[in-house]
Design a binder for this molecule. Structure first.
Ligand SMILES: Cc1cc2nc3c(=O)[nH]c(=O)nc-3n(C[C@H](O)[C@H](O)[C@H](O)COP(=O)(O)OP(=O)(O)OC[C@H]3O[C@@H](n4cnc5c(N)ncnc54)[C@H](O)[C@@H]3O)c2cc1C
Length: 504
């Protein structure tokens, strides 16, 4: 038997690869997705977790990007209500900052205009009484506090939901499956896959490279020859963005903050995980070395803490490094000249296309979590233009995997679940698994012993679901990307979870 043949191989299971595989499978194409590590193992779980228009892109006149992002934000709030929720932002204006209240207010009015009709509250200025009630914001030299809305998104689970939906629609989707070689042939490519210690070949007409920070490495797999060429080398910049996480101070902050820091930098301070933590980010530092191993450096931690303390005061004194409970760093893969300032390089996606007979190779740089659905549509349009026949576009307005219940219905389903599972665990499940909470309930109804907790708040049913349905293979897959329990469990409990996966 010869190698298996598909229409499309997608390299990388970040948000872009997963969204492209989902869209393509839904149009009737034969699709294979290969993710070398875990779905969202790189950038797509290391973002600022916002479904946003990108207020600051207005300053760079990127109206098309902002308009598209706002429209996708509205779509995500409807189609993935378990993973994307509205978030109120405050934007304090101090008299020493470069942008005045008037200037920012005008920007917010434009932001409202570009998102007209999506049901989000209008922006405005906080009344003095409301400013006085803010728990920790420093008041010296404070001119005004403006407010607007954006949305919070669970980046890792959005990615997973697209990958699982692709599988439901017939795509061959797997993590721990690496693409190791891409050899052009007449009308397509032979792709080598390494999986579970074995190598196999697959034939495909088209390859889409969505390897994120490894996009250059995968492009370079195509040998240059007289009858074929890989994508031409491009100026790809890797820029690190880091976040730190602090426990929520007392009294709790209920709104997120957008802060204008030194130069043109914008920082976010965001209540996270049901208000248990504050997430602070991000930085803009050139990355050198292995793109798979970006970490938040000591200097970035110092910078983020100093920035936070510049804007907020706690009764117990400034936040220090000892308060940091978690941190991460992700890499922006940008397409720009070496001397361009990272914050000025457009976040608009670029898609490079090479035909190969009746097939072709597409390679994607940049983009945003927020616009992944629209970007996937753009990629499918390119494939169509290269001659790949497919069904019509379908993803706009289509519920995400787990996304058929709105937030109210999810709260109700959490309340109605089995009494053998704690109410707070059922609530967490509702806003993790969405309508797929039914699968967990059904398993427990069939086998009541699955409600037994392996560690506090984690019934056996959940670990089994993660391993058998969601492809979680390690403790980290489960604790960091399927859930965020890494931040709630102590070391002994985390080890118990890791052991459970090691033995499964
Ligand atoms: C710090 C930071 C903050 C951000 N914040 C936001 C935000 O708040 N909102 C927003 O909309 N956007 C945000 N973004 C942008 C967004 O996160 C990215 O655009 C998006 O996650 C990129 O996804 P991707 O699929 O292109 O790449 P990735 O998520 O990096 O996925 C690439 C995948 O390819 C895999 N891979 C690599 N080589 C191979 C191979 N040979 N075989 C198989 N698999 C391979 C990798 O393991 C990886 O999982 C942020 C980005 C950063 C860096």
């Amino acid at each position: 038997m010869g190698p298996k043949t598909v229409d499309l191989v997608v390299v990388g299971g970040g948000i872009h690869g997963a969204a492209i595989a989902r869209d393509a499978a839904g149009r009737g194409l034969r699709v294979l997705l290969a993710e070398r590590e875990d779905y969202a193992g790189l950038t797509s779980s290391l973002s600022s977790k916002l479904a946003h228009g990108g207020l600051r892109y207005l300053e760079h006149m990127e109206f098309k990007l902002v308009r598209e992002s706002l429209s996708e934000r509205a779509g995500l709030l409807k189609t993935a209500p378990h993973l994307v929720s509205p978030l109120k932002f405050l934007l304090p204006i101090f008299d020493w900052q470069p942008r005045s209240a008037w200037f920012v207010h005008t920007g917010l009015a434009l932001y409202d205009l570009l998102s007209l009709g999506d049901g989000m509250p209008a922006s405005g200025r906080l009344a003095k009484d409301d400013v006085d009630r803010l728990p920790h914001l420093r008041r010296d030299h404070l001119d005004a506090v403006l407010h607007y809305h954006d949305a919070h998104a669970d980046d890792a689970r959005l990615t997973l939901s697209a990958a699982l939906d692709a599988r439901t629609r017939g795509a061959d989707v797997a993590n721990r499956r690496a693409v190791t070689a891409i050899v052009p042939r007449e009308n397509g490519y032979t792709v080598a896959l390494s999986e579970q210690g074995k190598t196999r070949q697959i034939e495909t007409r088209f390859v889409v490279n969505t390897a994120g920070p490894f996009v250059g490495e995968v492009d370079a797999m195509i040998p240059q020859g007289p009858s074929y060429r890989g994508p031409s080398p491009r100026d790809i910049r890797l820029v690190r963005g880091s976040h730190i996480v602090l426990p929520m101070p007392e009294p709790a902050e209920t709104c997120a903050y957008t802060l204008q820091d030194e130069g043109e930098r914008i920082l976010f301070v965001i209540p996270w995980l049901d208000g248990n933590f504050l997430m602070i980010g991000t930085t803009d530092v050139p990355q050198s070395g292995d793109p798979g191993r970006a970490v938040c450096s000591p200097a970035e931690k110092t910078y983020l803490l100093a920035a936070y303390n510049r804007y907020f005061a706690h009764a117990g004194g400034p936040a220090t490094e000892d308060d940091i409970v978690f941190d991460w760093a992700g890499l922006r893969t940008l397409h720009g000249a070496p001397d361009e300032q990272p914050s000025r390089i457009s976040r608009e996606v670029t898609i490079e296309t090479k035909a190969q007979g009746h097939g072709g190779f597409l390679s994607l740089v940049g983009g945003k979590l927020t616009t992944h659905r629209a970007t996937a549509e753009q990629v499918l349009a390119r494939l169509q233009a290269l001659g790949l026949e497919m069904g019509p576009s379908w993803t706009k307005g289509a519920p995400a995997y787990g996304g058929t219940l709105d937030r109210e219905a999810l709260v109700a389903r959490a309340q109605e679940g089995p009494a053998s599972v704690l109410p707070q665990t059922r609530r967490r499940w509702a806003f993790t698994y969405g309508d797929k909470i039914e699968d967990l309930y059904t398993q427990i109804a069939k086998e009541p012993g699955l409600a037994e907790e392996i560690v506090p708040g984690v019934p056996r049913a959940e670990l089994q679901h993660a391993a058998s349905v969601e492809d979680a293979r390690t403790g980290e897959d489960f604790l960091l990307r399927r859930t965020k329990l890494r931040l709630f469990l102590d070391e002994a409990a985390r080890e118990t979870v890791e052991d459970w996966f090691a033995k499964t």
